[in-house]
Design a protein around this ligand. Structure first.
Ligand SMILES: [Zn+2]
Length: 120
């Protein structure tokens, strides 16, 4: 299909995968979300969730697998090699007047996102 390319993701914890992606999505480095994530529960508890994260979900953490482009096998096929798994934490900033946390992901090994890390 025009503007689409077949991609093979190899060596990852979810096994080898074949996906069709739009050409513009095929960056040097792509990430694949795991299907387990952690959400804020009531009374300070947490919930372990499965599936994709709804846009307004009170998510706290999710795991994603990072892949890097290895070579162009032939036109229309791109191979990605698994690099690592990283944990993504949500920015801890509570937005004023909104009573919820910022939806951005925190910078790796930090508690806040790129925007809020400057204002601590
Ligand atoms: Zn933030």
């Amino acid at each position: 299909m025009r503007g689409q390319v077949n991609c093979k993701l190899i060596g990852g914890p979810q096994g080898d995968l074949e996906l069709t992606l739009s050409t513009i999505a095929c960056k040097e480095r792509i990430s694949l979300m795991g299907d387990v994530w952690v959400a804020q529960g009531l009374n300070g508890g947490v919930l372990i969730m499965k599936g994709s994260i709804p846009p307004s979900a009170p998510w706290l953490t999710y795991i994603r697998d990072i892949y890097e482009k290895v070579k162009l096998d032939k036109p229309g096929l791109i191979t990605y090699q698994f690099v690592c798994t990283e944990e993504v934490n949500r920015c801890e900033k509570i937005l004023e007047g909104k009573d919820r946390r910022c939806r951005n992901e925190a910078v790796q090994d930090e508690r806040f996102c790129k925007t809020h890390i400057k204002n601590i």
